[in-house]
Design a protein around this ligand. Sequence first.
Ligand code: NAP
Length: 504
Amino acid sequence: MLIGKHLIAGNWVGGEQEFSSAPVFGQAHTFAMGSPELVEVACHAAEEAFWSYGYSHRSQRAAFLNAIADEIDNLAKEITQIGTEETGLPEARLNNERGRTTGQLRLFADCILKGDYLDRRFDAALPDRTPLPRPELRLQQRPIGPVAVFGASNFPLAFSVAGGDTAAALAAGCPVVVKGHSAHPGTGELVAQAIDAAVKSTGVHPGTLSLIQGGKRDVGTALVTHPLIKAVGFTGSLAGGRALFNLCAARPEPIPFFGELGSVNPMFLLPTALQQRAAQIGEGWAGSLIMGAGQFCTNPGISVIIDGPGADDYIAATAMALEDVAAQPMLTDGIASAYRSGRDRIAAIPNVETAVQASCQSREVTPQLFVTSGAAWLASEALGEEVFGPLGLVVKAADADEMKTIARALQGQLTCTLHLEDDDLELAHSLLPILERKAGRLLANGYPTGVEVCDAMVHGGPYPASTNFGATSVGTMSIRRFLRPVCYQNLPNALLPTDLSGQA
Ligand code: NAP
């Protein structure tokens, strides 16, 4: 049952201003509108919560994370129903994404129970060292304080109210203030209800999580510039992410902005693989491109091939697989209109041919496939920019050298993929050092959509894929974003944090 209000420090709070959701189908609902005043209240509650939550034992936080996961499972049916209505994503996707969301909450619970994330270090005192004795030094990671999280439009669960950013921050010991995405306020509210129930059952401070719904740009601005906020987790557009990053950097006390801004995730098809498996790779690419109407940050938007045997077969197989794809609804009118204008922008670039023409009627879209030459791609920066949606571009390089030149000209990426056979290893060896400098994750003979939530995952990369190339927003290493190392020199055992006392 929807309440239609914000969750601020354990209270459901309404307001004079409201907005209506815009579901793809089903009933629209009314929600209270966010405001900078609510940001102020939520940030102070988060700071208040930090004095207990930030110093709680990790076993308590693990219990809290597991309780949130259980409460989300309890609302499974309702969450899937409203999630499908608000996003137009199929039921199976919502169910899978819920499993991923509860799975990552439980993964973080296990991760902090193990304690490795604390990165504890110990240097014993050397009282007899000359010329100076060494004091005893101990180090561990500590939570940074209240964190702001922006819900993403394209993952109503896994990158939203209780998504990866929130799970990592809560695991670290940081209270969270979420700005919900206005594309799915009902889904966000049900997840907040689950968190509220977990807060009550485990007795953590109610300021540990607040959800502010909707609002105008002043809500996001107030949140990232609030002096009590110590870091920001964000998944969204390059323009929005960059604007918020700039605000974080311009604060009197600058704070880290962990923005995941997407990329074109290029695939490089090496000659033998192209010759032997053109149709198979083309069909696989098409499947990856259309998944979720292409609204994934890891959507492989570009295939780079060398003009020669297999090139025409590859384009034909991809085109055939894309041609009959039924129209799919996009997440919002704005995203559908950005897809339309991105497609038109590319179509207008010289030497770009259309292999499959997309239709776009309001929010319903079909895939688009373009083909261009390596020289034309190198001459136009716009061809290296992300168009969010099921849009693919085949770049035909003249030879292996031009393929490497294209790799060097790429912007930062979340992923780069190689399709190769044994005979391609020499070229792959020369491409790999270039691609390693470009992306957070390198794949062979696969497709980048489907980001595993695990210890070894990196979902990040050099700008503009993310605003912080040292971080990942998926997997257990993402907890590092919300921790800072503290060194304790000569502190008596009685004063050390529980996790450090008695450690040698
Ligand atoms: P967005 O426009 O970047 O918005 C994300 C969140 O940031 C929203 O809550 C938005 O608030 C807020 N925001 C954006 N710019 C702001 C600013 N200047 N000041 C304060 N707050 C700001 O992303 P979106 O709504 O998800 O979709 C738009 C486009 O983002 C898509 O077409 C796509 O290109 C891209 N996108 C990329 C990814 C990815 O994987 N990297 C994921 C989703 C979307 P408001 O709602 O008030 O605007």
